[in-house]
Design a protein around this ligand. Structure first.
Ligand SMILES: [Zn+2]
Length: 330
């Protein structure tokens, strides 16, 4: 269960815990005062069948107890908790998660009660985006879009150096329509970017075209689709180019609206490297005229970007806490 240490380092600061609650697994880590991820674990995420998020909170509490028992000399000052779904950072509420099953759970306050330390709470992709923005290759820019392409597609937006979330509704580039009336999306819409350009969609659309499929074909993921495309499979080539065209179009629209200096692409699909970045950049640029062209950068923080972003946020609330000095009203 103990994963290898992440090479990512946050630098000196308070010791904090970080929890990344995913649709399948929950990752947790203890960041020490040097900024190293000391002890990273991965456990299955419990389903929240009653809609309260209690099972998730109980698991977070148990993991925290385990870290404290294993590292009794470390003074844990705060924690960062990140979850998927619709998240209102400002009020600390997990508004909705279809996958894990909760509605309007005040995670920030409940987690803080259970852990006995202040808790930073946000959306998983915004946390990963913050890690990329703070520690990754886009750190020199003020206006940045971080797009995570995996099973789904979501993004984190930084405007003039600050994250922009609009109570959790911003950044949902995966549900921007790129093909009106097109293929059905999990959100109920048609032709969303996520339904065409995500790793999940690439796998699904390719398999759907196979017809009476060999059971082995059920295991064909986006990586295999790309391999088949590169080996000359015409259907795989079509699915891949439809995906990169859709991503390029959505990025061009984002450029027109936000004018990012850099767009960072992470998530599983980014591992395709030039086979993704090449056609996406070409397609995006084909739509741009007078616009400022952003640089496209691969994510560099790695698979623990969410945890790192959660830990950075936890440290930030400590430094942002109001002073306890008495104040004089003027
Ligand atoms: Zn959608």
């Amino acid at each position: 269960m103990i994963a290898p240490l992440s090479p990512v380092h946050l630098g000196p600061g308070a010791a904090v815990l970080a929890f990344d609650v995913g649709g399948t697994d929950t990752k947790a880590t203890l960041v020490d005062t040097s900024g190293a991820l000391l002890d990273t674990v991965r456990v299955p995420t419990p389903l929240s069948v009653d809609g309260t998020g209690d099972a998730v909170l109980a698991q977070v509490e148990a993991l925290a107890a385990r870290f404290r028992a294993a590292h009794p000399t470390i003074d844990i000052r705060a924690a960062g908790l990140i979850v998927p779904g619709l998240v209102d950072d400002e009020s600390g509420i997990g508004v909705f998660s279809e996958n894990i099953g909760w509605k309007n759970v005040p995670f920030r306050d409940l987690a803080s009660e259970r852990l006995g330390v202040p808790v930073y709470f946000t959306h998983d992709v915004r946390a990963a985006g913050a890690a990329e923005y703070t520690l990754g290759s886009a750190g020199q820019y003020s206006n940045v879009l971080v797009v995570v392409i995996g099973t789904g597609i979501a993004s984190a937006i930084f405007v003039d150096g600050r994250p922009y979330s609009a109570h959790g509704y911003a950044g949902e580039i995966g549900h921007a329509v790129v093909d009106p009336g097109g293929v059905l999306c999990a959100c109920g819409g048609h032709g969303c970017l996520e339904a065409i350009g995500s790793a999940g969609a690439i796998s699904r659309l390719y398999r759907a075209g196979l017809g009476t499929a060999d059971p082995v074909d059920n295991a064909i993921g986006a990586r295999e689709v790309l391999e088949r495309a590169q080996a000359g499979d015409l259907r795989a080539q079509k699915v891949w180019s439809d995906a990169t065209d859709a991503i390029g179009l959505a990025l061009a629209q984002s450029v027109a609206l936000l004018a990012p200096e850099a767009i960072v692409i992470g998530g599983g699909l980014a591992q395709a490297g030039d086979a993704l970045f090449g056609p996406v950049e070409k397609r995006m640029n084909s739509f741009l005229t007078f616009h400022r062209r952003p640089v496209l950068l691969p994510a560099t923080v790695g698979e623990n970007a969410g945890l790192v972003g959660a830990a950075l946020g936890a440290r930030r609330i400590l430094t942002a806490e109001p002073t306890t000095e008495p104040t004089t009203a003027s």
